[in-house]
Design a protein around this ligand. Structure first.
Ligand SMILES: NC(=O)c1ccc[n+]([C@@H]2O[C@H](COP(=O)([O-])OP(=O)(O)OC[C@H]3O[C@@H](n4cnc5c(N)ncnc54)[C@H](O)[C@@H]3O)[C@@H](O)[C@H]2O)c1
Length: 634
């Protein structure tokens, strides 16, 4: 795993939506959006709130630059392909209930289109076969007919576990092996010259990139290779679809965290035929050596750790506004690339075949655009795929909370009183992990269903006020604001550890701790002691930002699941026949979620039971899936 302690100062790779609004970042955001001439409500990046608690609102694009939605905007002659069988779930279904809830987490109805008469399992099949037929120059009808071969091939290949697990042969590192031993990943030894002021060329004379130091490419390559080993599903997709090139002709603008895991995604998309240009979605999270490795391999990468606000938009613009290259798909994490195109290049935006968005924030904004009729292209909400929410939020947090707490505090958790605020996916993961270490875990909840789940799982459900004087560790996981107030903080006992796992740094009212009577003592990176006049101190981690992203590593395996989902979403949008996806926000079809999961099963030598014909008939299922309706909650 490539992520090092402290690397994710304000975010992490490719999978997440850290609404981490440090003061610096807020200033950055303000400047970014000022650069776009947008009003306050326009903010769409992960750094949206200008002040803690700001509500994310949609920008009113009063400039007149935003073009009208166009249903005939597809740039592709492939658009005449006939509709295939399964489409995602549109925002109409996802909008939720009459209570005004966004519906993002609401059970979603299934939308199916079977106008070609094919069965509903063909979505994944479509991914590749349309591309194959296109490559052969065959008609769209042939593409449709051929739509089953790829996935059948893929599914067959799922069984030979060892071949799958051992098939990957890492490429040799580029650069001098002798230099690998001492590299720390720090950029502190580099000069302060802005990368923009340097003339940059890789060893082959390629110069369409801007990174911190191309000489560190070899170190980045090693990081990428380590990540590849822990991203089996994504690597399996690469191997299986490499020959078919389902992304041949795709021109993807990427704007994500640039980490070793993202690099594995970038190289997978390229192996599947895409041409890419990539910038960072966060000014702090780029792993410089990884960006260098990608540039050394010939990818137009514009990113470095510690970009200024102006650099940030310059990098995105260098990706969008390239001579002789026009994007037709967007892979976004936070909505910045989408927003830049929409605002600055509306005509180009209307030609895009689709947007894949990963973050809560970016998805929120897409739904708002859709609601107001300003979304002129289809978009995939990867954030709410079951393969994201159930794995990233639950399993990744279950591991990374312990890593973060251990690295920062050296505390033993057996017998400690821990309070988890919020018993959603993240809260469940944290509670399980700490219970496993022997901690005495209590939970706060506002939702009776989640509260009952906590009870059934053996946790006491309490109010924070009731236990605030006894607890040793307090972890917020609600996605809400002001869950822990100054009054609570005043009453905590000496030595209490306080941290946040939710997306925003507003769950704990950290601002209220910046008063003259309290002393802040930085004891190590991401660890502050806040000392009261009577000598009581609390241990605040990551200043209330996401503690796991700030202080620990994130499992590459979980990123693999999310990245595979992103890759499939891109393939689907790029190959979808005209009319399958409208100007709306969709969830990936269930079959694709199942496919992503199946790609990761061989790692565990897991053997799926097959339905008998009789059983399939009894349950009313296709033997090849999907096995659950879209409203199934897992
Ligand atoms: N740290 C990470 O790596 C990571 C990963 C995924 C998601 N997240 C973030 O973590 C947060 C939670 O995600 P989730 O998937 O668990 O969401 P969720 O909606 O499943 O769970 C949040 C829970 O908090 C409860 N809640 C809300 N306000 C509360 C309050 N005042 N007191 C007590 N409980 C309250 C809700 O009822 C809900 O059950 C989100 O902000 C999400 O973006 C973080």
């Amino acid at each position: 795993m490539s992520t090092r302690h402290g690397d994710y100062l304000n975010g992490r790779g490719s999978d997440k939506d850290p609404l981490i609004a440090s003061e610096h970042e807020e200033a950055h955001t303000a400047a970014k959006f000022a650069a776009l001439n947008m009003d306050e409500g326009a903010r769409c990046s992960k750094r949206i709130p200008s002040t803690p608690g700001d509500v994310i609102e949609e920008r009113n694009t009063s400039t007149g630059q935003t073009s009208k939605p166009s249903s005939s905007s597809s740039l592709s002659s492939k658009s005449s392909n006939p509709p295939l069988s399964v489409v995602g779930v549109s925002s109409e279904e996802a909008k939720g209930d009459s209570t005004g809830h966004s519906g993002l987490r609401a059970p979603l109805a299934r939308v199916e289109c079977q106008s070609d008469g094919s069965s509903s399992d063909s979505t994944i099949k479509c991914l590749d076969n349309v591309a194959v037929e296109r490559r052969k120059g065959n008609s769209s009808a042939a593409a449709s007919r051929a739509a089953s071969a790829f996935v059948e091939k893929v599914t067959t290949l799922l069984s030979p576990v060892d071949a799958e697990r051992n098939g990957f042969k890492p490429r040799p590192c580029e650069g001098s092996p002798s230099s690998f031993t001492s590299y720390t990943g720090s950029s502190s030894d580099e000069d302060d010259t802005s990368p923009r002021e340097k003339t940059q060329k890789n060893s082959k004379g390629f110069g369409d990139f801007c990174v911190k130091n191309i000489d560190h490419a070899a170190f980045g390559r090693r990081e990428i290779e380590i990540a590849e080993q822990e991203m089996p599903g994504l690597m399996a997709l690469r191997r299986r679809a490499e020959a078919d090139k389902p992304l041949q002709g795709a021109k993807i603008i990427g704007c994500t965290h640039i980490t070793a895991q993202t690099a594995v995604l970038v190289e997978t998309l390229a192996a599947l035929g895409a041409s890419l240009r990539w910038s960072a979605c966060n000014i702090y999270s780029t792993q410089n050596e990884v960006a260098a490795a990608l540039a050394e391999s010939g990818f137009p990468i514009y990113a470095w750790k510690g970009e200024t606000e102006e650099d940030f938009w310059w990098c995105i613009d260098k990706c969008v506004n390239a001579e002789g290259w026009q994007p037709n798909t967007i892979l976004d994490d936070g909505g910045d690339a989408t927003h830049w195109l929409l605002k600055r290049y509306p005509a180009m935006f209307n030609m895009v075949k689709g947007i894949v968005e990963e973050s809560v924030t970016g998805v929120h904004r897409l739904y708002q655009l859709s609601k107001s009729g300003k979304l002129s292209v289809p978009a995939m909400n990867v954030n709410d795929s079951v393969t994201k929410t159930k794995f990233d939020n639950l399993y990744s947090c279950r591991e990374s909370i312990l890593d973060a707490l251990k690295r920062t505090t050296d505390v033993m958790f057996g017998g400690k009183q821990v309070l988890i605020s919020g018993y959603g996916e993240v809260g469940k993961g944290c509670s399980q992990a700490l219970k496993g270490l022997g901690a005495i875990v209590s939970v706060t909840e506002i939702d009776p269903i989640c509260a009952l789940q906590a009870c059934m799982d053996g946790f006491r459900v309490v109010k924070l006020d009731e236990v605030v004087r006894q607890i040793d560790v307090l972890i917020t996981c609600t996605g809400n604001k002001n869950v822990v107030t100054r009054q609570h903080l005043d009453r905590l006992k000496n030595g209490c550890i306080v941290c946040n796992m939710g997306h925003s740094n507003t769950e704990i009212d950290v601002t209220s701790l910046r008063t003259p009577e309290l002393t802040w003592e930085k004891v190590r990176s991401q660890v502050d002691h806040i000392i009261w006049p009577d000598g009581k101190r609390i241990i605040l981690l990551a200043e209330g930002r996401l503690v796991n992203l700030s202080c620990s590593s994130v499992p590459s395996f979980v990123v693999s699941i999310t990245a595979t989902t992103q890759a499939l979403a891109l393939i689907e949008l790029f190959n979808a026949p005209q009319g399958r996806y409208k100007q709306d926000v969709y969830l990936l079809p269930k079959k694709m979620d199942e496919y992503v999961a199946s790609l990761h099963l061989p790692t565990f030598d897991a053997h799926l039971t097959e339905l008998s014909d009789d059983q399939a008939k009894y349950l009313g299922l296709n033997k090849a899936g999907p096995f659950k309706p879209n409203y199934y909650r897992y």
